[in-house]
Design a protein around this ligand. Structure first.
Ligand code: DGL
Length: 261
């Protein structure tokens, strides 16, 4: 199984997959060279994910791909599925789930710029007629999550600035979609900023993608041939080294640089 993200966001998906499918081995690809994906063009995101899958496929016997990134999934999943003869499972902002849950009919959606601008997301928003969807499109929050994981305290001021459009509303969303896997790592900090006046229901689709992976593996005859838990990264630098402490708890047996150029 290949699990792919631009950064640490996908580790929140991996954590849940490990919990539900403890016997499975995986290759985790952290594309830190191209992080963040959120400010890239759709063409770049598509080409980059094709490159990653092709490169890794040649080295490791992957038989299923989990795109643990809303940005890649919303922009490129359908094209990737057509291109590769492999099952590919993605993660998407759970707009339909939020529609079922909201009581005050105000939904908050926060995601990267590329996710918000994607045809997938625009189409889902357009189809929603009975609720108001308040959108925050940001590429800054994923970076804050990356820094938190490396030990930097999350700045309340920076968070307040990002969430200002909702903080200033007279009626806040009662249901918030965390439409980027990085944001799940900031759930507690986001709660503190937003849930001042009332409680908010947060949805991040991580249970949904895990369920889909589990379901797929139960139903298919697919063989999982990876024998170790492997972590790959695409850029060697000091910022990557700072991540090693956090990675310890995931118990990867191999941590290796991969050249994607
Ligand atoms: N974790 C990613 C997502 O779910 C991407 C963040 C980024 O690279 O901008 O969208």
């Amino acid at each position: 199984m290949l699990i792919l993200d631009s950064g640490v966001g996908g580790l929140s998906v991996l954590k849940n997959i490990k919990k539900n499918l403890p016997k499975i081995n995986y290759v985790y690809m952290l594309d830190n060279e191209a992080f963040p994906y959120g400010n890239k063009t759709e063409w770049f995101i598509l080409q980059r994910s094709i490159k990653i899958i092709n490169t890794i496929k040649k080295i490791y016997p992957i038989t299923i791909v989990v795109i643990a990134c809303n940005t890649v999934s919303t922009v490129a999943l359908s094209i990737l599925r057509n291109k590769f003869n492999l099952p590919i499972i993605g993660i998407f902002p759970a707009i339909e789930t939020a529609e079922k849950i909201t009581k005050n009919k105000i939904i908050g959606l926060i995601a990267t710029q590329a996710t918000i601008n994607s045809f997938y997301t625009k189409n889902k928003i357009q189809k929603n007629s009975s609720n108001t969807i308040k959108i925050i499109s940001t590429n800054k929050l994923a970076l804050i999550a990356e820094k938190k994981i490396r030990g930097t305290t999350v700045s309340q001021i920076q968070l307040k600035n990002i969430f200002k459009p909702w903080i200033n509303l007279s009626i806040c969303p009662d249901t918030v979609i965390l439409g980027c896997t990085h944001f799940s790592l900031l759930r507690e900090e986001i709660k503190k900023i937003l849930c001042v006046k009332s409680s908010i229901y947060f949805i991040d689709s991580i249970n949904i993608i895990t369920y889909q992976v589990k379901n797929y593996l139960n139903q298919s005859e697919i063989k999982l041939n990876i024998k170790k838990n492997i972590f790959l990264y695409s850029k060697k630098n000091d910022n990557f080294k700072k991540l090693l402490v956090f990675l310890k708890k995931y118990q990867f047996e191999i941590i290796e640089y991969i050249n994607l150029n």
